[in-house]
Design a protein around this ligand. Sequence first.
Ligand code: GNR
Ligand code: NI
Length: 160
Amino acid sequence: MAIREIRKKGDEILRKICKPVSAVNEKVRELLDDMLDTMYEADGVGLAAPQVGIMRRIVVIDVGEGPVELINPEKIEESGEQLYVEGCLSIPGIYGEVKRPERVVVKALDREGKEIRIEGTGMLAIAMCHEIDHLDGILFEDRVIRYVDVNKDADREEES
Ligand code: GNR
Ligand code: NI
């Protein structure tokens, strides 16, 4: 288990299309563990492999309901719409409103290589869409409708 460095906007890996995982092995499970550590330490709700410099289709998510691990995730259903102010660990300090489906169903492999289907609404749907976008080199800024000035409490405390 280890914390990995989070790549920031400007790093070209964030714009690449990631390759599918061909075999879910011990190396993939170690990466999942490291990604969860890195996500929790950064206080994020999700993290995609390219954000830690790995060009593979792997994501982790925790929207407060426990860890979700997705290998080769594919959206197979989506419905409805929601607007939410998103941020990204790779674009610190920038926030903007993005339109996403209210509900998605994602097909993926779990850490044993077994096929799973996860239905997500609300924040889980947003996080799955945001992370799958990362695997295709898409950043939330590409979808922003309106930038928002978020004065985070933590930032204000640091300044004063
Ligand atoms: O931590 C994160 N918070 C967040 C808030 C609103 C919408 C999406 C996200 S994902 C982000 C972590 C991240 O950058 N994942 O790629
Ligand atoms: Ni992100």
